[in-house]
Structures are given as C-alpha cells and as structure tokens.
Design a protein around this ligand. Structure first.
Ligand SMILES: NC(=O)c1ccc[n+]([C@@H]2O[C@H](COP(=O)([O-])OP(=O)(O)OC[C@H]3O[C@@H](n4cnc5c(N)ncnc54)[C@H](OP(=O)(O)O)[C@@H]3O)[C@@H](O)[C@H]2O)c1
Length: 327
C-alpha cells in the first residue's frame, strides 16, 4: 500500500472544514481535524507531515502556531493573508521563522486564492508572455455573502457610514487583506523595488435589507466596499489593484470577475475570469492542492512564486512519490 500523508488542520471554520472534506476524499491523505482552539496541541504538535492553519488573517496571531508546528517537525500552510509575504509587516519575525524552518527541514507557505493565486502566482504566469512589464492592473469583484460573521465584520460589512470610518481608523475594519502581499511577491520575483503602497477604501451602502446566513444588514449600512491599493515603484504607479466586495454583487450592478492586465510596451495581456472564482471554493482548493507541492519543496519560508502551480491529482500518494524534491 502507498504511504499516505498526514495532514492536521487547525481552525474549524469554513476553510478548515472544506479542506478537511476535500482531503478526506483522497486515500493519499490521512486527515486529523479540523481542530478548534480547545484542541490546539492536537492540531499543531502531532508532527503531522503538514499542518494547515486556517484561523485568522494576521501574521502576529498565527506566528506562535506556526512556530509550534514547525518545532514538531511539520510543514505548514496557512491561509493568513499576511503570511503570504510575511516580510512586508515583520521582517524580523519572518526571518526568525524562516531560520526555524530551515533548522527543522520543513517548509512554511502562506496561500489561498487572494493572496496566493490570482494576483501573484497567476499574474506572474501571465507576465511570462511579454518581454517586459511596464505596470500591472488587477481588479476583483467578489460575492462576500458566503463568509462567516467574523470575516464579514472584519471586512467592513453591516456598519453605518460613521461606524465604518471609525473602524477603518481604529483598524478593527480592514477591508480585504492581501494586495500588499501579492504586490510584494510579484515585485520580488521581477526585481522591482516598491517605495510605497497607497490605500483607499469606501463603503457601499445597502439599498434594501439583507438577511444573510451569517449577518443581517439594514438599509443604509455597508453591504459592500470599494478598495484600492497602488504600489509605487520608481516614482510611478507600478501595480494598481481594485477590490469590490459586496454581499449581493450581481443584483447591485457589480458582476463578479477576476482580471489581470499586464501592461507592456509590446502590447498588453488581459486575462479576464468571468464570473469571478468562488472565493470559498477557490481558496480551499488552492490549500488542498498545495499539500503535495509543500512536502516536495525546499525548506524555509517560501512564497507561491517559489513553487510549481497547485493542481489536483487523481492519486496524491503516487504523484508525491513521483515528484522531484526532498522526499
Ligand atoms: N489567502 C486567502 O485567499 C484566504 C482565503 C480564505 C480565507 N482566508 C483567511 O483565512 C482565515 C480563515 O478563513 P475562514 O473562512 O475559515 O474563517 P472562519 O469561517 O471565520 O473560521 C475561522 C475559524 O478559526 C477560529 N479562529 C479564529 N482565530 C483563531 C485563533 N487566533 N486561534 C485559533 N482559532 C482561531 C475561529 O474560531 P472562533 O469562532 O472560536 O473564533 C473559526 O472557527 C480568515 O482570516 C480568512 O480571511 C484567506
């Protein structure tokens, strides 16, 4: 019998549960969890081949969990958006965990759909067909209705205009997290030096009432938001990113889409995915499909730009033993 890979999952929310379901249907994986907070040690300290951490968005909040899993000898993949490029917010912490991963001969990866696929891995791939890139523009319109109440509130849904502004000011409302990380991944790979990343965010008020499974939104409260990030390099806009999130985007005049425009002196490349990829399905699939590339990758804290594309395999165990790499 072919050996199966053990995968422990920390975080019993939407992503944790979905990834557990996807991997459980493949005999190549032996799945433990998903575990909630009360079973932290079982999730992080069992020495599983791979630990999936799908809890929060913030590097500071997952750092101790990553450390625990790495010290137990596990490779780690986390959906925390800030972990897709950890050097952006905390270079010292990223360096420290990178060293720990090297010492324990394991790999750490932050991944998901955005960041982790659409506007970094896919943008880099799309850039491969032009001789040089003068600038990039990406746009994403997302249906937010399937997210948990925690995520919706953190994104900025269900607030009056004044509450929204106050939440942005205090940091309790973040909008979408991840564009700076995607920009940094692409910039590092292309050898571009970003001097500054500008951000703006504005709420979109609900015209009617929405009763979502996770949250009720009253007329006038935020049912969505429009967010823009611009990375400046060599004194000009180099990477321009627009995100529109809404709980009922199509009916509100925002059809979902994921678009990448690579500007080049030799002509532009325009990749348009319409309708946009389902955020829950897309992210969980990227995570489940990343297990194989994680266990065959070099040690250290990597980004998705360092790895081959993630894709499903009909027989994960055979695909792993056939792959070049450290195992
Ligand atoms: N990179 C990407 O593209 C991508 C894609 C999808 C999701 N994400 C991010 O991944 C995270 C998980 O997503 P989700 O949709 O599964 O969220 P979710 O449905 O809200 O589930 C999160 C789960 O993690 C638990 N949790 C939260 N903070 C924790 C902590 N510090 N320690 C231990 N457990 C904790 C929550 O438990 P409690 O209920 O007890 O708080 C909840 O069960 C979110 O931050 C999301 O933004 C990123």
């Amino acid at each position: 019998m072919k050996p199966s890979l053990t995968v422990a999952i920390y975080g019993a929310g939407q992503v944790g549960r979905t990834v557990a379901g996807l991997l459980s249907s493949d005999a190549g994986y032996s799945v433990r969890g998903p575990f909630d907070r009360s079973h932290r040690a079982a999730a992080l300290e069992s020495g599983a081949d791979v630990v999936v951490i799908a809890t929060t968005s913030f590097l500071a909040k997952v750092a101790a969990d990553i450390r625990a899993a790495v010290m137990a000898g596990s490779n780690v993949i986390t959906t925390a958006e800030e972990a897709a490029y950890p050097w952006h917010y905390d270079e010292e912490l990223a360096r420290d965990l990178h060293t720990l991963a090297l010492e324990n001969e394991v790999t750490i990866l932050g991944a998901g759909f955005n960041p982790g696929f659409a506007f970094d891995a896919l943008a880099l791939t799309a850039s491969g067909v032009v001789p040089q890139v003068t600038s990039l523009r990406v746009e994403r319109v997302v249906d937010l209705s399937g997210f948990s109440a925690t995520i919706l509130r953190r994104l900025g849904i269900g607030y009056s205009a004044a509450e929204f502004d106050a939440g942005i000011e205090s940091g309790s409302i973040t909008g979408h997290i991840g564009f700076p990380q995607s920009m940094r991944i692409v910039a590092r790979q292309m050898g571009v030096s970003i001097s500054e990343i500008q951000r703006s965010i504005h709420p979109i008020a609900a015209e009617g009432r929405y009763d979502l499974p996770a949250l009720d939104i009253l007329p006038g409260q935020s049912a969505g938001f429009r967010q823009r990030y611009v990375a400046i390099a060599e004194g000009r806009a180099w990477f321009d990113a627009l995100f529109i999130g809404h709980v009922d985007p199509v009916a509100s005049g925002f059809p979902t889409r994921d678009e990448i425009i690579v500007h080049s002196e030799s002509g532009d490349v325009h990749l348009a995915i319409k309708p946009g990829i389902n955020p829950q399905v897309g992210s969980s699939s990227v995570i489940a499909n990343s297990i194989r590339r994680l266990v065959t990758a070099p040690a250290g804290w990597l980004t998705v730009a360092d790895l081959p594309p993630a894709c499903p395999a009909s027989d994960a165990a055979s695909a792993i033993s056939a792959a070049p790499g450290r195992r």
